[in-house]
Write a protein that binds this ligand. Structure first.
Ligand code: ZN
Length: 318
């Protein structure tokens, strides 16, 4: 019994390493005969959305593991195979998956395909550098809630018997996101107006800024594949020094070197710029993290932002 218990624990320990957004891709999908529709999502945010709507009726696989930058992710030959064998492929879209775009376009002719951001109301999209739509739509919880219904419709197309269940789950999840939207707005409003500035590694947070009333400045632009120049860093040093911004933020899926350069630049000007912690940006967290679902990630981000930017509580008098 002891040995069996140990083995079970060991198996569980290994299982814990498998990211929640991406259930065991190594085994090549569910066991044969499972019978449930197999949906492949590109990013962890999209995998979460599909899972919220499909629940246990479907099997969701995610191409990109937690912590991976979708702008620069390249498909492996096995990814192409997994995509081709899917019953439905769901992408984020608006060129977020920069290096997968060609593959996804070719695939759309052969496998049922949905790019969720393409289904959002065009008038609510922001423009990124170069005039293209900004792909980081999941940071506006109310806007993202509008992606639930198209996912339900796509699932209903491949599994018509469960159409009503998908629609009901999508409506419930959209309602939860709208509630979260109101909560996030309240939290950010608790930061004094002059300190409501979010300086981050790359410009992923424009939708967050617009939705929740915080000015957003990215060191690197909307696409992580462009490099920040020295001029950009100097411009940002000027901004944080002149507005006495207490902290900048690093992101889970983007390199920290630009943020470090900014902290050093501010120090050279006599301004102590703290690190406000790590924000979930273009990827959710792994299992057991405080950002395993999009709702958790948005709440964790908001708490970190409020902690870092709201003034220190007054020291208690002796
Ligand atoms: Zn991004």
């Amino acid at each position: 019994m002891l040995r069996a218990g140990r083995l079970a624990r060991a198996v569980r320990a290994v299982a814990l390493v498998v990211p929640a957004g991406c259930r065991d891709p190594g085994a090549g999908g569910p066991a044969p005969g499972d019978g449930r529709p197999r949906v492949v999502a590109t990013t962890t945010m999209v995998a979460d959305l599909v899972r919220q709507v499909g629940g246990e009726r479907i099997v969701v696989e995610c191409l990109m593991p937690p912590g991976i930058d979708p702008h620069s992710y390249k498909a492996t030959p096995r990814d192409a195979d997994r995509l081709l064998r899917a019953d439905l492929v769901v992408a984020s879209g608006l060129h977020l998956e920069g290096r997968l775009t060609g593959l996804l376009e070719r695939l759309a002719d052969r496998v049922p395909f949905l790019a969720v951001a393409d289904r959002l109301p065009a008038e609510r999209l922001l423009e990124a550098d170069g005039g293209l739509p900004d792909p980081h739509v999941w940071f506006d919880a109310a806007l993202w809630s509008e992606a639930a219904a198209p996912v339900a419709a796509a699932l209903a197309d491949i599994d018509p018997e469960a159409a009503a269940a998908y629609r009901t789950a999508a409506e419930a999840y959209a309602a939860r996101l709208r509630e979260l939207d109101a909560t996030l707005r309240q939290r950010i409003a608790s930061i004094p107006a002059e300190r409501r500035v979010l300086v981050t590694a790359h410009d992923a947070f424009r939708y967050f800024g617009r939705a929740y009333g915080i000015e957003v400045v990215g060191v690197q632009g909307t696409n992580t594949t462009s490099e920040a120049g020295l001029g950009d860093i100097n411009r940002l040093v000027e901004l944080v020094v002149s507005r006495k911004i207490p902290a900048v933020f690093v992101e889970t899926s983007v390199a920290d070197r630009n943020v470090q350069a900014l902290v050093e630049g501010a120090a050279a000007r006599g301004h102590r710029l703290g690190l406000g912690g790590r924000l979930y940006s273009d990827s959710l967290g792994g299992p057991g993290s405080n950002g395993e679902s999009l709702a958790q990630a948005l709440e964790t981000n908001a708490a970190g932002i409020v902690n870092a930017l709201a003034p220190e509580p007054e020291a208690a008098s002796p």
